[in-house]
Write a protein that binds this ligand. Sequence first.
Ligand code: BJW
Length: 267
Amino acid sequence: MSNDLRSFHQHLISSRKVLAILGAGLSASSGLSTFRGAGGLWKKYDAVDLATPEAFELDPSLVWQFYSARRKAALAAVPHRGHKALAKFSERWGNRFLTLTQNVDGLSERACHPRDGIVHLHGDLFTLKCTNFNCRYKESGNFREPLTPALANASMDDNVGVERIPESQLPHCPQCNTLLRPGVVWFGESLPYDAIFRADEYISAGDVDLVLVVGTSATVWPAAGYIEEVAQRGGKVAVFNIDESTKWPDGWFFQGDSAEWLPKALE
Ligand code: BJW
């Protein structure tokens, strides 16, 4: 794989359409943890193990503290030059650029990424959903901190412990008083229908000539599948990642911090 910016730029400017797939590594330089590898632990728990319906069912207190700590960390974080470069590129390219983000931290929005140019595959931290299937209450853009007084101590700090919070003191639905959950997509759950629809519609036209793969281990489906799909249809792949160990389809590999590389690549 090449790290030649000149040949990358030549391909970029001649591309009919461009896709970006974003992962947790994009926000690492804003101080947010990744899921796997060195950044993937919260206290003594594996972050991936907490992102499941089973974990929430078993211990909603633990999982709510994990998500509360991440809401706080995301609110305190600031989007960096990489988020901004993607946002500006989206403004310039309009409907010839689509970003599929796996991130739930809201940093792309805070970098002024055009709303119709970004699709949230895995939901977001600031949406709450009722766990009562018959209720269907959903609240977006809830930045209240803490969500309940009992969650005030939830923290990313390893030295701050995890408390056993009674279920009655966790967030509850204002309509039916059932337990609320974070509006994110956990393993085994379907992605939002409109997100899948937009991704499929954009890619299946067959004219995506380039996919930017930013800060993701590309281990989670269907997000990882979109990279392969573009490559199979003849599009090139440009990877922005600090770790070179993953095998990628042929294209460009810009090793290092995506906050450093993206402005050079896209501005
Ligand atoms: C840097 C950096 C810097 C660090 N600069 N880089 C087909 C085949 C096999 C399995 C499946 C399949 N289809 C579906 C499945 C099952 C499952 C799945 O994919 N399993 C795999 C583990 C195999 N998928 C699902 O269940 C999905 N649902 C679904 O498909 O429904 C239908 C269905 C269900 C079941 C069976 C079949 C069909 C849902 C997936 C939901 C994922 N949810 C999470 C949690 C979201 C909420 C939250 O944030 O808490 O999403 S899990 C977690 O992983 C999170 C992330 O978005 C996602 C991806 O992680 P990401 O972003 O790549 O982070 P990391 O940590 O893995 O990587 C960071 C990278 O950054 C690293 O490479 C670093 O090197 C790099 N980096 N600093 C640049 N400064």
